[in-house]
Design a protein. Structure first.
Length: 318
């Protein structure tokens, strides 16, 4: 995993093998049981007790240090300025390609961080809820680019994050249904002053064009205190996507309400060909043009092998 540009002699990351990273757990106790880990795993991911112990326990320990340091800096700044601002939530972004396992990682982090002493409130949102409704995407000719940066209601997402960071009460986020493949009308989740918020999505590290007039143009990652990018080679991601598509063909796609119900009767060969076509037309293009270029912006990168096991960890130097 070379994170440097071709002509860049300095690597901004410290890179750890799996074995080196696992030792950084130190004596941090295991707080999740096997049955809890199984409930957090997405259908095509591999997540077991060993993966949590060797990868996510050290990461949880590191995050506890980052959050503690941020809180101490906040209170020091507040004393310096002589103000009484409310404590700001610590926001963690989780990015990476479709099918790489972002949802599993986000849920594991939420479960582990919520078990810290003194039991912080940890909430999780996905940026799927901030996609434009399908009717809007159809009208704008963006349905085939769902998940690309232009398919998100960015002003609403930025307003949501701004309200969270300002410590406002009961901030609402739209709800997305993976069954209907659309925003659920008149449905919301409320985020009420969490200590930690995890924001998961393919393009959360995306940047925008720099303004020529020097005025501020916020992007989603401006609100992050820490970010995780989950990485894997493209052929591996393609294979995972196809396997997930086949698994859904045999399960969720059979629901008459499913947007993809028409794929439920495909043969293995037809379903595989369909999945590869969707991957190449949409997900691969999004990965190459929008997602992978944001990898060097992450605080930490988890590199997975073909078996879904994290093989290497890269942590940005301070």
């Amino acid at each position: 995993m070379d994170i440097r540009a071709a002509d860049q002699p300095y690597n901004p990351y410290r890179v750890f093998s799996r074995e080196q990273w696992a030792r950084l757990r130190d004596d941090m106790p295991m707080t999740l049981k096997s049955e809890e880990i199984a409930a957090l795993r997405s259908m095509h991911d591999r997540l077991d007790l060993r993966e949590v112990e060797e990868i996510y326990l050290p990461l949880s320990r590191l995050l506890s240090m980052y959050v503690d340091a941020a809180q101490r800096l906040f209170y020091a700044q507040r004393r310096f300025l002589g103000i009484q601002d409310r404590k700001m939530p610590y926001i963690i972004g989780v990015a990476g390609s479709v099918a790489v396992g972002k949802s599993t990682t986000a849920r594991v982090l939420q479960a582990m961080l919520a078990r810290w002493s003194p039991r912080p409130k940890v909430d999780l949102v996905t940026t799927d809820g901030f996609l434009f409704p399908n009717a809007v995407l159809e009208r704008q000719g963006l349905m085939q680019k769902k998940g690309f940066p232009d398919s998100y209601d960015l002003p609403t997402l930025l307003s949501f994050l701004s309200d969270i960071k300002a410590g406002r009460r009961r901030v609402r986020a739209p709800v997305y249904s993976h069954l209907t493949y659309d925003i659920v009308p008149n449905a919301w989740i409320e985020i009420d002053q969490p200590d930690i918020l995890i924001v998961e999505g393919v393009n959360v590290l995306q940047t925008g064009r720099l303004p020529r007039d020097g005025n501020a143009v916020p992007v989603v990652s401006d609100f992050f205190d820490f970010s995780v990018y989950i990485d894997a080679e493209e052929p591996v991601l393609r294979e995972w996507y196809v396997r997930r598509f086949l698994a859904l063909r045999d399960t969720a796609f059979h629901d008459p309400r499913s947007y993809f119900n028409r794929y439920s009767l495909l043969s293995d060969e037809e379903a595989t060909a369909t999945a590869i076509a969707i991957w190449e037309r949409t997900n691969l293009a999004n990965l190459e043009d929008n997602i992978l270029p944001t990898r060097p912006r992450a605080t930490l990168i988890l590199k997975k092998g073909a078996d879904h096991v994290v093989e290497q960890v890269a942590l940005r130097r301070l």
